[in-house]
Design a protein around this ligand. Structure first.
Ligand code: SAH
Length: 272
């Protein structure tokens, strides 16, 4: 008779060292979308420096020994300087702590990771990077779509609506072409700017645009609109949570027709 095998434990998969920094993505908010490595780091860390968008449910998974420091920044104008965050990382690591730097989504995307890695390099602090599920992956799953599609788009762009200088510039001409798909992060305040640039470069005002607020969270909301209507519809929706804007994608038609059905059911997929 086959013997039941023991379930693998988290210990052994990931072992944080003292004086080391782990940079981990916490995913889009749903704790079930954490990686096992990020969970192990949460349980082992002595100090956790976390961003504003890391959800409270995820912070609750921290070990009892962990000291939690909120180093969150708001879009348009930092409250906590990047220099301060780098200093905190280095100070804790040099004091021999196991430090977890927890960033929302994937730490390598729009998270100013490089500046913190450079600070570690300069101070001789060891680190490792643990990837996470980025907001665009969660949001596209939430609307039953695919980021790429044969015959429609063979590439997808990840854009930020603004950077430290203000509204961010992009290759608007390329983005305005039919069939392009882009995931726009931090795109709420820049919606009118993005719309204006795209229309100026010849984009069709009827291009599908979808905004997903709080992707993967229990309070996820979806706004289905067009490029022409985006600023007006977004203002009306009054989204106050983090929101991801898709240029060139509409929610899958079967989801819109039967909004009460959960996205993942087999029925949904058959209807698609
Ligand atoms: N590193 C993160 C992005 C940080 S920038 C990642 O990989 O997801 C912050 C922006 O991410 C927000 O302004 C918003 O556009 C997007 N975002 C983060 N979490 C989100 C969520 N749960 N739902 C929708 N958008 C989200």
């Amino acid at each position: 008779m086959p013997q039941p095998t023991a379930a693998p434990t988290l210990a052994g998969r990931m072992c944080m060292q003292s004086g080391q920094v782990v940079f981990a993505g916490s995913g889009p908010g749903d704790p079930d979308l954490l990686t096992l490595k990020a969970l192990a780091a949460l349980q082992q860390a002595e100090v956790i420096l976390f961003d504003r968008l890391v959800s409270p449910e995820i912070l609750e998974l921290a070990g009892p020994q962990a000291i939690l420091e909120n180093v969150g920044k708001e879009g348009f104008g930092a409250q906590v300087s990047q220099q301060h965050i780098c200093n905190r990382l280095i100070t804790h690591a040099q004091a021999g702590k196991r430090v977890l730097r927890l960033k929302s989504g994937d730490a390598t995307l729009f998270g100013r990771l490089d500046e913190e890695l450079s600070a570690c390099d300069a101070a001789g602090v060891r680190y490792q990077i643990v990837p996470g599920i980025t907001a665009a992956s969660a949001a596209v799953a939430g609307i039953g779509q695919s980021l790429t599609q044969r015959g429609r788009n063979s590439s997808v762009r990840y854009l930020t609506g603004h950077d430290t200088q203000g509204f961010a510039d992009h290759d608007w001409q390329a983005l305005a072409r039919p069939g392009e798909v882009a995931a726009i992060y931090m795109g709420k305040k820049s919606a009118r700017f993005v719309q204006g640039r795209l229309l100026m470069h010849g984009a069709n005002p009827a291009t599908a645009v979808t905004v997903v607020e709080n992707a993967s969270r229990t309070n996820q909301r979806v706004l289905e609109t067009t490029l022409g209507q985006l600023p007006a519809d977004l203002a009306e929706a009054r989204f106050d949570g983090p929101a991801l804007t898709f240029l060139g994608l509409a929610p899958r038609a079967s989801l819109t027709a039967l909004p009460d059905l959960p996205v993942q059911t087999d029925l949904k997929m058959e209807l698609a």
